[in-house]
Design a protein around this ligand. Sequence first.
Ligand SMILES: Cc1cc2nc3c(=O)[nH]c(=O)nc-3n(C[C@H](O)[C@H](O)[C@H](O)COP(=O)(O)OP(=O)(O)OC[C@H]3O[C@@H](n4cnc5c(N)ncnc54)[C@H](O)[C@@H]3O)c2cc1C
Length: 460
Amino acid sequence: MMEAIHDVYSKLNGKFKGDLLRPKDDGFEEARVIWNGMFTRVPGVIARCADVTDVQAAVRAGFESGVLTAIRCGGHSLAGFSTCDGGLVIDLSKMRQVAVDADARRARFSGGCLLGSIDSATQKAGLVFPSGVVSHTGAAGLVLGGGTGWLTRRFGLSCDNVEGFTLVTADGSLVRANSGENADLFWGLRGGGGNFGVVTEFEVRLHPLTSVVLVEGYAADVRRTLELWREFMPQAPIDLKWNLDLRLAPQSPDVPATLRGRPVAGNSLIWTGDEDLAERYFTPALALCEPGSVKIRPISFLALQTMADAAFPHGRRYYTKSGYFVFLQDSTIDSLVEAVATIPSADTQIELAYLGGAAAAVEAAETAFGDRSAPFIMNLLANWQGAAVDHIHISWVRTLFEKLRPAMKPGVYVNFMSGDEQDRVPEAYRSHWKRMVAVKSHYDPQNFFRLNQNIQPTTG
Ligand SMILES: Cc1cc2nc3c(=O)[nH]c(=O)nc-3n(C[C@H](O)[C@H](O)[C@H](O)COP(=O)(O)OP(=O)(O)OC[C@H]3O[C@@H](n4cnc5c(N)ncnc54)[C@H](O)[C@@H]3O)c2cc1C
């Protein structure tokens, strides 16, 4: 590996326009850090590309030298896939251009963009690209895996709004994928993660929206909230998104003193339709929330997109497991209520969202995204500090997951998986699996792009 990584450096040195960083170089320590503090790996070279030609050169050098290569956009992979020990990291963080065509309601953005850079650019034209809920998340990893967020019910998954990709494949070629060119690759890239190449540009559809109505509030009766939510959401209009976070109520002046530190259901609802109709759809949730905890307000789209940023800081330790439910059975609700009472960290959350809406209206075969038929999506997200207590938090997640699993629909959203779940990758794609393997085998037969929820090629 040592010799191979020297070879990569020599191949790039002199012609690379971006930054080439090795362990003793200034800036290397900052550059090697990714969001999840569980992963402190030390790459041999970080190639921070200035443009597409740099990406091609880095891919060719990594491929020819046979070094383990990680691709990084925002570095938010929960599984730690955007770094590696001793290998090459192709870092796209200098490639954050966004071009908006307001009349056509289209945008093009580069492969290193964070969600926040896209939101800021599109909002200047009063338009949105439906993406995730934390603005410091990388767009490339999120969109390639699917992409869920506040606007999923209204406008679909992020990947449903992509019209075309430009990517560098394992041999260094620049390839376009859209409905008319490389259609199989276009299909695979919408849900298949980073398996096929380094995406240098996304072409996407935008929608008009500048503000929403937001309700937030804590309910002490977790069971009743879950029961009401499971009955209410299947009939709700697509303008309503109602997320639940089961957790210990924060020790914050915003939370009534009687609730702080107690198990609660955190309710966050947005309404994207006619403001006058909002209240009628908020009423059931409001009836369960502690009145002193309720905030109801119109909020700009940019404020909505950044309001959770501070809750998920860089450098803490995170571990996740995720799954889908067709329906929340009473026994599942019992387990969730018990689990929230034993949560080992004040920052850990059981995140629950109801998809459906525009995301469910897209035909299953149209994209590689795993499952659109089970609307209840759950993410167990442990969040703590200190390596000495890793086992407590990881084991809480694993135990709860095993308990809930029999009631789940097999399947998992690849962006909510940890790095120890390779055995679940076929489960994530289920009916799409054979086609995914065929696309992977065609575009990356040697499995050069393998630091991802990996689809192994048949020829690799
Ligand atoms: C704080 C936080 C909030 C989140 N919120 C949401 C949410 O609201 N909705 C949601 O759907 N998901 C969410 N996620 C999950 C998120 O979608 C994934 O973590 C995603 O991988 C992050 O993308 P990234 O570009 O930052 O990741 P990176 O760590 O940079 O990369 C992740 C994967 O994508 C590949 N990759 C990165 N860039 C490229 C590229 N240009 N071309 C090809 N492959 C590439 C990498 O090889 C790697 O396998 C969240 C994650 C975090 C940490």
